[in-house]
Each structure stands twice: as C-alpha cells, then as structure tokens.
Write a protein that binds this ligand. Structure first.
Ligand SMILES: *Cc1c(COP(=O)(O)O)cnc(C)c1O
Length: 437
C-alpha cells in the first residue's frame, strides 16, 4: 500500500496537467496544504517563503483577514449573477475605483476573468475601433520581442515570436509585426538609437497597424527586461504621430509592484487601452479588467456596432468584492514606502550575486529582483535546493527572479536573498562539476 500522500501526488502526476509541463512528468509536484502571510505550508509542515507571490498576484500575502471577510460577506449576499442586463454593487464600486486611480482618459471598464482574456478584449477593442469606422486595413498589432501577454490565441500572437510558443502554432496564429525589445535599460542614458527599430517598423507598416501593445517599464514573463521610461515616452509619441492606438499591459506591473501604482506613471503618458489583472484581487481569485477611453469606445461603436465580448463570469461579484477590499487595503497602506524599502534591500543584497561567475546580471525595480544567469537553470536541481533553504522560487530559462508579497519583513527578505545566493552558488559548482565529468 502506498501512503495516502504519495497516492495523491502520484494521482496528480498521472492525471492533472500543470502549466507548460509534460503530462506524467518525471518528478512530483510540491504539495501545499495551506498558506498564511508570506509562507506556504508544505505536506510535511515545513513553511517556505513564497518569493513569487503566486505569479505576481498575492501582494498582501495569504489568508488576509479583511479579504477573507469581504469574500464571506459577499458569499452570503450572492456569489455570482449574470452580467447581461444585470448589474451590482461590487462591480460599480470597483469600476469607480479603477477609473479613479488610473489615467484620467480611462473611463470605460470591461471586466473579464483572466489576464489573457483582458488582452483579447483589448485587441478586439483596437480592431473594432478601426473596423467600425470603415478602416479594415488595420488588421495587425505591433508588439515587441520578449513581450508576454497571455496564452489565448490573440494574446499568444503578440507574445515574443521565439520564446512565445509561436513555433507550436505555426500557420495558425495571426501574423503580427514585432519590434526589437526595449534596449535601453532602466536608469541608462537615453539615446534615439534605442527606438529606431520600433520607429521604422511603425513608419513602414502603420497603415495596417491597429495598435501597439507593450508591458510598461518591465517586460515580465518574456525575459524580465527592465527598461527606460524614455523608451515608453517615445512609443507614445510615435503612436500619436502615426495615429495608432497604444495598449498597455499592466497585468504584471499594476498595483504598486514597480514602485508606482501603475508602471506607465514613470513615463507620464496616457494609454488608449489598459489591461490589469493578477494582483487586482490580491491573488484571491481570477479577475481582470480592460479600461479604455470614451474616444475609443465611440470609435468601436461607430455605425451601430458594439464590443463583441461577454464572458459567463463577467464581473463576478465575489471577485469584485475581494478586489475592492484588496484595493482598499493597498491604498490605505504605506505601500510606496514599503516597496521603496524592498527595492533598496533587494539592490543591496542581490548585487552580491554578481560576484558569481555563472551570474550575468542583477537588476531590480520596486519589489522585483532578477538574477540573470549565463545559462538556463535546471529546475530539478533548483526547486529542491530552494525548498531546502526555505523559499519558493520558480526560475525560468536563465532567470532566477522574485517578486515577493509587499508585506514581507526585512528579515524574511534577507532570508530570501541569502537563499538565492546560496542556491545559485551551489548551481555554479554543480554545473562546473558536470562539465568536468
Ligand atoms: C500573466 C500575464 C498575462 C496573462 O494573464 P493570465 O491571468 O495568466 O491569463 C498577460 N500579460 C502579462 C503582462 C502577464 O504577466
């Protein structure tokens, strides 16, 4: 008889698919029993610090009293009701809040159930904007290398064409246009040469480009590239020049992560369309939103058209109620100071990794830390090594990166950065030995 724990893990391995993973993988998943604060509790009772905030979302940590209360209170009223022809308090309150805290031109909100869908909706808005006004030539999006915008078909078609799964769907994906990824690092001196590839692609193709889509200041899952606000400013200016809409994807960067409430604030620009998700509910449940201006909606609705989208769980009241509580908690906290402190500490402590020969570069912004290696990581080595050090870090490609919950303490963060140094150093030895054999 196998033990019940082992049975469950084996069942999972044989029957349940996990993100970007083979079915029936060689090693078992890490079993999490519960979570509180910044800690995940594993099957054996070990508590480890979640350095990933469950992929950017759990900004307040786990099991937060005010969010729990908001969920329970909403449950006793209604967990869900359809949004076709019906509206409710949690959605109205959340729309008001989002409109208040984002750029003043953004005054129309579309709620959806995940970031990828928020991007689909943004793309539909852009295409319908031109189509409804009789311009059906504009049927492409200008996107960037190293971009990541989600896994549904439209979203996938604007992800990095090399690392972004295009090869698996060759001939099926909508063909878009790609500019070089933003090359001017954050803090570096601006030079016009950095924008030349984007500028020439836009100049050559603007007649068929409906919109540009970009992750402001931090390109996340496509390469953890942190770039200069001057780049984003130039993108906005060129979109204006050629009359192309600008979609900002703040799904990863929104709600304080970079040190500003929204990363586009670094460049002092206005998007035509804005996508938010991930941290919107403090990581409690799946909810996203696409915001746009009156002008864009008027274009979409020209000649009697309407935006063609409507998910079953649109503006789910339970998710909206928790999002309202999460925003209240965030905005009533000294989040700016907290994130500034995390940034300072990450800077001081992660730069130690630069002494390791396997490390190519270290970069930080807000509550984001990136240790880029010269070679790809081996998760079968790294995952158990990190757990042994008491942390949950999930590197991808050659990037060991973290974005901890904002509530992490100074001591917990030091524990985390020390664990990264220890594990990367051990990995360096392991790879060196591997080469000797
Ligand atoms: C995660 C992410 C998405 C996709 O969101 P999902 O909720 O996973 O569908 C889109 N854009 C960016 C920038 C993201 O980080």
């Amino acid at each position: 008889m196998v033990s019940p724990e082992l049975y469950r893990l084996e069942y999972d391995r044989e029957h349940i698919l996990h993100p970007y993973a083979p079915s029936n993988p060689p090693s078992n998943m890490t079993f999490v029993k519960s979570a509180k604060g910044v800690y995940l509790e594993l099957e054996n009772g070990q508590k480890i610090i979640d350095a990933m905030s469950s992929w950017w979302s759990v900004i307040h940590g786990y099991n937060v009293e005010s969010l729990n209360t908001a969920a329970v209170e909403q449950l006793t009223k209604m967990s869900h009701v359809m949004f076709g022809g019906i509206t409710h308090e949690p959605a109205i309150k959340l729309a008001q809040k989002l409109i208040e805290i984002t750029d003043k031109h953004l005054e129309r909100v579309f709620f959806s159930d995940s970031g990828s869908v928020a991007v689909e909706v943004a793309l539909k808005m852009a295409f319908q904007y031109w189509n409804s006004q009789g311009n059906s030539q504009k049927n492409k999006i200008l996107a960037f290398s190293k971009g990541y915008h989600g896994d549904t078909f439209g979203a996938m078609s604007v992800c990095d064409p090399i690392t972004g799964m295009h090869s698996a769907f060759e001939g099926i994906l909508h063909k878009n246009i790609f500019a070089d990824s933003p090359g001017c690092p954050y803090g570096a001196k601006w030079d016009e040469k950095y924008i030349s590839d984007f500028a020439s692609k836009l100049e050559q193709n603007h007649k068929e480009i409906a919109a540009v889509i970009i992750e402001p200041i931090v390109q996340g899952a496509g390469g953890m590239n942190i770039y200069s606000p001057s780049f984003l400013k130039s993108v906005r200016a060129l979109c204006n020049k050629y009359d192309v809409l600008l979609i900002l994807d703040e799904i990863a960067t929104g709600f304080g992560r970079t040190g500003k409430l929204f990363a586009y604030e670094y460049a002092n620009i206005s998007p035509d369309i804005l996508c938010v998700g991930k941290a919107l509910t403090g990581g409690y449940m799946s909810l996203a939103a696409t915001l746009t201006s009156k002008k864009v909606m008027q274009g979409v609705e020209a000649n009697g058209n309407v935006l063609m989208h409507g998910p079953t769980f649109m503006a789910n009241p339970l998710a909206c109620a928790v999002a309202n509580a999460s925003l209240e908690l965030l905005l009533n906290s000294p989040w700016k100071e907290k994130i500034q402190n995390i940034q300072t500490q990450l800077n001081e402590e992660l730069t130690k990794c630069e002494a390791l020969t396997i490390v190519k570069a270290v970069r930080t912004l807000g509550a984001i830390g990136v240790v880029e290696l010269h070679e790809e990581v081996d998760l079968d080595f790294m995952t158990p090594a990190f757990i042994k050090e008491g942390v949950w870090v999930r590197p991808f490609l050659n990037l060991v990166y973290i974005m901890p919950p904002f509530v992490i303490t100074k001591e917990e963060l030091t524990h985390l950065t020390s664990a990264i140094f220890t594990v990367v150093k051990a990995y360096e030895c392991y790879k060196a030995n591997e080469k000797k054999v």
